[in-house]
Design a protein around this ligand. Structure first.
Ligand SMILES: Cc1cc2nc3c(=O)[nH]c(=O)nc-3n(C[C@H](O)[C@H](O)[C@H](O)COP(=O)(O)OP(=O)(O)OC[C@H]3O[C@@H](n4cnc5c(N)ncnc54)[C@H](O)[C@@H]3O)c2cc1C
Length: 106
């Protein structure tokens, strides 16, 4: 089931991936499948879609490249600042079964 009204969530952790990309971690437990996305509202700025990554049962993350007004504003936010969350949305795909590969075959 998805949340259709923005749920205000505090930023729990920020991981700096590189000078243009940050990962934002939130505490919220919901069912999500590979390929789905959420809408993140940056208060006073805009609402934008981002892919969802589950870190464990209670945490999810979004990894954001700062490219325009909304994503640059998100990059300026600090631990404890609140964003609005809606989702998850979109279709999903199944993960293939684990297979072992060898680069030495041939
Ligand atoms: C379903 C969906 C899932 C998405 N998931 C992610 C995600 O997981 N992480 C993420 O960082 N973005 C993701 N995006 C894109 C994200 O929504 C954009 O980063 C966002 O729209 C940029 O908003 P902005 O207001 O900061 O910049 P805008 O004003 O919208 O764009 C500024 C400029 O940057 C360009 N631009 C927009 N996005 C990118 C980009 N990712 N890379 C390079 N140039 C870009 C635009 O064409 C424009 O020229 C997703 C988009 C969709 C539709």
């Amino acid at each position: 089931m998805s949340v259709d009204h923005p749920l205000m969530l505090p930023i729990k952790d920020i991981i700096i991936e590189n000078e243009r990309v940050k990962t934002f971690v939130f505490d919220y437990n919901f069912y999500v499948q590979p390929g789905q996305f959420c809408m993140i509202w940056i208060p006073g700025i805009d609402e934008k879609p981002f892919g969802i990554v589950k870190r464990d049962g209670f945490e999810f993350m979004i990894t954001v490249a700062a490219v325009g007004d909304a994503t640059k504003a998100l990059h300026k936010m600090k631990l404890g600042d609140h964003i609005g969350f809606r989702g998850p949305y979109g279709s999903s795909f199944s993960m293939p079964e684990k297979k072992s590969f060898s680069i030495l075959t041939g």
